[in-house]
Design a protein around this ligand. Structure first.
Ligand SMILES: Nc1ncnc2c1ncn2[C@@H]1O[C@H](COP(=O)(O)OP(=O)(O)O)[C@@H](O)[C@H]1O
Ligand SMILES: [Mg+2]
Length: 264
């Protein structure tokens, strides 16, 4: 469903001495995402994961390379077609509070993508929003509240409800469970696994935690300095990782491993 070929994104930045430099945020990245498989992209902060996500969702344009959706080059799509594809490709970000408009009630936040991408009447809309709220396991009274009145985990659930409201084929989660404490994180991950079965969406899960990556996905891409250094299909255990960078990520995890969940 998605094919990324030799994708590059450069930024112009400044080094410590204030000199102009080129940052190769995404460096010759190629991979294929097949429908109904689960993917995780793992790498340290600054490795280029979010940039890659912004390129795939067309929030930003690449410097070079190709992105194909259902065999069609994204750069050759017209505005209308791109808009339709945007509904198919949803993104859930790390910071629930800033992804939700603080002045807008939760009800209208969830309604926003529905209103953008479909035309249903108010009654159908209400039913749909209540149904989505139940799907993400929240009580209906949250709909009348503002984002700051919800906990971090609840805000996250609202962002998930928003993303799934338009029944996307593909959902990118960018550090979607980072910053949540361990028990809340586990609950959200389990919710996402249940929803995936129900929605039949393809997940592309971005995280700096290699254990989270393995919990949620079978296909793992490891990113370092803008490049995919290792790609593993159907991962079974930590020993499937061969690249020294992946091993370093695993090592950095070891002190907290006992409290973490094993892969299902
Ligand atoms: N808009 C931008 N302008 C300049 N540099 C950027 C911009 N966005 C990201 N970068 C740089 O690109 C690199 C990759 O960043 P990012 O994609 O955010 O990594 P990650 O999500 O893995 O933490 C970093 O060096 C970052 O500083
Ligand atoms: Mg990021």
């Amino acid at each position: 469903m998605l094919e990324v070929k030799e994708l590059c994104k450069q930024y112009t930045g400044r080094d410590k001495k204030g000199r102009k430099t080129t940052i190769q945020a995404v460096d010759n990245v190629s991979f294929i995402v097949e429908r109904n498989k689960s993917y995780a992209l793992v790498g340290e902060s600054g490795s280029g994961k979010s940039t890659l996500a912004r390129l795939i969702t067309h929030i930003e344009m690449s410097t070079s390379g190709q992105i194909k959706i259902d065999n069609k080059d994204m750069s050759k799509m017209g505005k209308r077609e791109l808009r339709m594809k945007r509904a198919d490709f949803q993104m859930v970000m790390q910071d629930g509070q800033s992804s939700l408009d603080p002045r807008i009630k939760i009800y209208d936040s969830i309604a926003e993508p529905i209103r953008n991408f479909s035309s249903i009447n108010k009654k159908e809309e209400k039913e749909k929003i209540e149904n989505l709220t139940q799907k993400v396991e929240l009580p209906l009274e949250v709909l009348n509240r503002f984002p700051h009145e919800l906990s971090g985990g609840q805000q996250k659930r609202i962002c998930i409800a928003r993303a799934i409201s338009v029944r996307p084929k593909f959902i990118i989660f960018d550090e979607a469970v980072s910053g949540l404490d361990v028990t809340v994180r586990k609950k959200i991950l389990d919710l996402l696994l249940r929803l995936r079965n129900e929605l039949k969406s393809t997940y592309f899960f971005i995280t700096h935690d290699i254990d989270v990556a393995m919990y949620i996905a079978k296909n793992i891409l490891v990113m370092k300095d803008g490049q995919i250094v290792e790609q593993i299909e159907n991962i079974k255990s930590f020993s499937d990782f061969k690249h020294e960078y992946s091993q370093m990520l695993i090592k950095s995890l070891l002190p907290k491993l006992p409290s973490n969940t094993q892969r299902k």
